[in-house]
Every structure is written in C-alpha cells, then in structure tokens.
Design a protein around this ligand. Structure first.
Ligand code: 4LI
Ligand code: NI
Length: 191
C-alpha cells in the first residue's frame, strides 16, 4: 500500500526530470503501480482510512511522485453531486497527452496543493478550462476524453509532473493573485 512515506517531496531531483514513456504490454510491476496509485487516491479520500494511515487527501498523483520516472498518473475526482457515488472522473492514464485545449483559461480560487509540497503556496495557477486528452489504459487500449473545469485542472497538474513542472512554476512571482485575461476563477462562489 502506498502511504505518504513513499511520496517524495520538493527538492528531490526526480520531481524535476522528464519521465519516460511506457511501452506495451506493460510489465506487471507497472500495472501494479498504476493500481496502487489509484488505490492511494481512493484511500486518501476516505476519512477513516486517511486518518489511520495519515494520508493527505488528493485527487491526482503521478508516478514520479513515488520516485518512478515513467509517464503514468492516476486521477480520482469525486462527484460534485453528493447523491451520486460515481466519481466525476477516475482513471489510470498511461502516456497521457493533451491533444487540444480551449483558449479560455481557469484556475482554482484557493490555489493548488500538491502531495509533494508540504507548504501552502498562495497564488492563481492558470490552466486550460477544457482539454482533449489522449491516453492508454493499463491494458493498452487507447482512449480519448474531453474534460473541463476541476478534472481538467487535475490532469494538467499531473501531466506537468511528467515533465518536471511544479504547479507554482505557473504562479506570477510579481503578483501571485494577478488574473490574466480570459480566465474564469473556479471554486469560490463569493465576491
Ligand atoms: C478531503 C476529502 C482549498 C484549498 C480548496 C479533501 C476528499 C486548496 C482547494 C479532498 C485547494 C477530497 C485539492 C488540489 C486544491 C489548496 C491534488 C480537497 C482533495 C481539495 C483535493 C491536484 C491541485 C490536486 C480546491 C493551497 C493534492 N486538490 N485542492 N488543489 N480534496 N483537493 N490539487 N486546492 N490551496 N492535490 O490546496 O490532488 S490539482 Cl477529494
Ligand atoms: Ni502534484
């Protein structure tokens, strides 16, 4: 089982490397890793399990965050509708690639967090509001999906990890709360 002990933190050189593409068929160590990454997210979102194992909640994790420099990520975004138990988007993505995206940008009103960053970094992280994503499942099946808003943000954050990019690289160092043109702030209903 993956716990926070397996998650490397900022300063570790693997987080700044470009991860290697995977080839199919995957070997069993890589399918197991994919399944473990997704299980980590599901566990981290369960209040009892998270408390017991001291897991920090997350909706996305990339293989480089457990020091495996391969192009694999897991995403598990729960439904916004508490009535529904189906997640909004849940997948293990192998060799994911954004093939097109909106001009419109979005960002989280409260900023982004990362399992590899043990501090709060204030500031808006501009992301594409809509993305078309191509990836492979663990079986080698090719998929193409369109995502928007929070799931799209999460996928962009995780693909950044495959390229050695951290979320705060995107924050304007002069004015962290500056909003670029054509951006929609997501999350807070206030203002
Ligand atoms: C408990 C159970 C407030 C602060 C609001 C928590 C189940 C921040 C937001 C969760 C913030 C779940 C999240 C991400 C932010 C903040 C990630 C809570 C887990 C909200 C996911 C990858 C950025 C993703 C919205 C510094 C570990 N996740 N919140 N950012 N949730 N979560 N990111 N931002 N401010 N990070 O962190 O998984 S993309 Cl689901
Ligand atoms: Ni991260």
């Amino acid at each position: 089982m993956i716990t926070m002990n397996e998650v490397i933190r900022e300063g570790h050189p693997t987080l700044r490397k470009k991860a290697e593409p995977l080839t199919f068929p995957l070997d069993s160590s890589m399918t197991e890793l994919g399944e473990e990454l997704l299980a980590f997210l599901i566990n981290s979102q369960d209040p009892e399990i998270a408390e017991k194992y001291e897991l920090r909640p997350g909706v996305g994790i990339a293989a480089p965050q457990v020091d495996v420099s391969k192009r694999m990520v897991a995403v598990h975004v729960p439904s916004q509708d508490p009535e529904s138990s189906d997640p909004e988007f849940s997948a293990i993505l192998v060799n994911p690639k954004i093939v097109s995206h909106s001009v419109q940008q979005t960002c989280l009103s409260d900023g982004e967090g990362c399992l590899s960053v043990d501090r709060e970094v204030p500031g808006y992280v501009p992301r594409h509001k809509r993305v078309t994503l191509e990836y492979y499942e663990l079986t080698g099946e090719k998929k193409k999906v369109r995502l928007r808003d929070f799931p799209a943000i999460v996928v962009q954050h995780e693909i950044d990890h495959l390229n050695g990019v951290m979320f705060y690289d995107h924050i304007d160092p002069e004015n962290p709360l500056a909003l670029p043109d054509n951006i929609e702030v997501l999350g807070s209903e206030e203002e």
